[in-house]
Design a protein around this ligand. Structure first.
Ligand code: DQA
Length: 147
């Protein structure tokens, strides 16, 4: 099974970026742990981070021709603004889990709204780096159940 992990803008700065909100784990260490989990489950993980909306959309579209069974996505600030990213995910019709390190509902009002959440298989927020690992487990459990 093929899974794609997508990270939006500024997540390349994890570890040094606002640790009070996002913790101290780096994108590299989160990726390494996800890869170890996937290896144990015999799953192929692909990763992509971009600070550019169009690049994320291109990567979602590419997934349609790669037999990707599910997407884990932290759209970062595009969560709150990007109808285009929502449309791309709907266009490829690949199930996805929305992830946030911080609890977006505990923060500024503009972060409470997500353009993607109502289309997601599930949403996980507020567990720091563990949000990614929980999202991975939920996605795999659901996909295996459907297979
Ligand atoms: C975030 C929350 C967003 O509101 C913010 O713009 C981010 C990160 C999170 O992981 O908590 O960049 O998606």
């Amino acid at each position: 099974m093929n899974i794609l992990v997508l990270h939006g803008p500024n997540l390349n700065m994890l570890g040094q970026r606002e640790p009070g909100h996002y913790g101290v784990a780096t994108l590299k260490s989160i990726t390494a742990r996800l890869e170890a989990m996937a290896a144990a489950d015999d799953i192929r993980l692909q990763h992509f981070q971009s600070n550019h909306e169009g690049a994320l959309i291109d990567r979602v579209q590419q997934a349609a021709s790669e037999d990707v069974a599910g997407i884990i996505i932290n759209p970062a600030a595009y969560t709150h603004t990007s109808i285009a990213l929502r449309d791309a995910l709907l266009a490829v019709a690949i199930p996805f889990v929305e992830v946030h390190l911080s609890n977006i509902h505990k923060r500024e009002a503009f972060r409470h709204r997500s353009m993607l959440a109502d289309q997601a298989m599930g949403v996980i927020a507020g567990f720091g780096e563990h949000s990614y690992y929980l999202a991975y487990q939920g996605l795999i459990a659901n996909l295996r159940q459907d297979a």
